[in-house]
Design a protein around this ligand. Sequence first.
Ligand code: ATP
Ligand code: MG
Length: 345
Amino acid sequence: MKICLLPGDGIGPEIMAEAVRVLRALDLDCTMEEALLGGGAVDATGDPYPEATQRLAQAADAVLLGAVGGPQWDALPRALRPERGLLAIRQQLGLFANLRPAILYPELANASTLKSEVVAGLDILIVRELTGDIYFGQPRGIETRDVDGRQERFGFNTMHYSESEIRRILRVAFEAARKRSGRLCSVDKMNVLETTQLWRDVAIETAADYPDVVLSHMLVDNAAMQLVRNPKQFDVIVTGNMFGDILSDEAAMLTGSIGMLPSASLDANNKGMYEPCHGSAPDIAGQGIANPLATILSAAMMLRYTFARHDAAQRIENAVKKVLGQGYRTADIHEPGMRQVGTRE
Ligand code: ATP
Ligand code: MG
C-alpha cells in the first residue's frame, strides 16, 4: 500500500497530521510519503503541481490530500493558482469519478439549519463526473469580438461529453447504487442542453445492464430545489462536472457540518485521491481548532475504495461515531453541554 500525502495549504497540514496518526494506529502495512501541492508548492517551486509531486502521485496507489489555496495566492496569474494544481492532478491521474457522501450523524442532528424531520438520518451519495464538461471543454477564452457592430469583450466556454465519458461515470454510480438501496437519480438539463440530452440517452441505455437498480431522471433546477425540500427522497445522485460541483456543495450544507464530510475521486482502476469536502479554511489556519474528521473519514474511504480494507475503514468510522457519542466536538460543531476540543485532541 503506497500512499502519497499532500497536506497542502491553510489547515491542510494540521488535519493531515491527525489523519496520518489514525492510519498509523491501524498498524497497516503501508508506506506514506509527503509532497507539495497548491500554494506552498508555488512558493517553493513556482509550480502548483511540481514534477516531484507528479512522480510521487503517479507511483502511489492512493493520494490523501488536505486542502489547497488561500487569499495570499488569489492575485497570481491563473496558471499559478493553487486550484490549478488540483485540476492538474485530477486530470493527470484520470480521476473522473468524484464520490461525495452527505451523511447527517444522529449526534449532530442540530447542526443543520433545516428542520430535523427533513434531514434526520440523511445518508445520500453524490457521484460527480470530474474530468469533463464545460470545465475542460475547448475552445474557451475571453477575446475581443465584433458584437452588433461594436468591439467588446466576449467570454466563451464549451460544454461537451463523449458517450464513453458519460457511460463510465454512470457505471460507477449504478455500481454504488447497487451496493446501497438500489435507487439512482441522474440529473441533467436535457430540455435546454444537447450535451445533457446525450447524458440522459446514455443513462437510459446503461440502465439495461442494471435491472436491480431503479433509475430516475431530474432536471438540475428541480434537483437543487428537491435537495432542500426533501433530500431523503434521494439515495445516489449522478451528474456532470458543473451540476455536481454545485449540488454536492448544497448537499454538504444539508448536514450543517462541512468539517465532517469526506470525498473520493477515482480512476478506472480504483486508484484514487481522497480529500475533505471543505477548503483550506484560511480564517482558522494555524490555530489548532480545525475539525480533522473529514480528512480522517477520507482516509477511511481510501481504505475502502482503493485498498478494499473494509475492516480498517469500518474501525475508523466506528471511532468517529464513538468520539461524537462521547460528546467531543471541535468548535465548528460545538453545542452547549458538549466537550470542546482542538484538532489534535
Ligand atoms: P474552497 O474554495 O477551497 O472550497 P471555501 O471558500 O469554500 O474554500 P472553506 O475553506 O471550506 O471555504 O471554509 C468555509 C468555512 O468553513 C470557513 O469559515 C472555515 O473556517 C470553515 N471550515 C472549513 N473546513 C473546516 C474544518 N475542517 N474545521 C472547521 N471549520 C472549517
Ligand atoms: Mg468551496
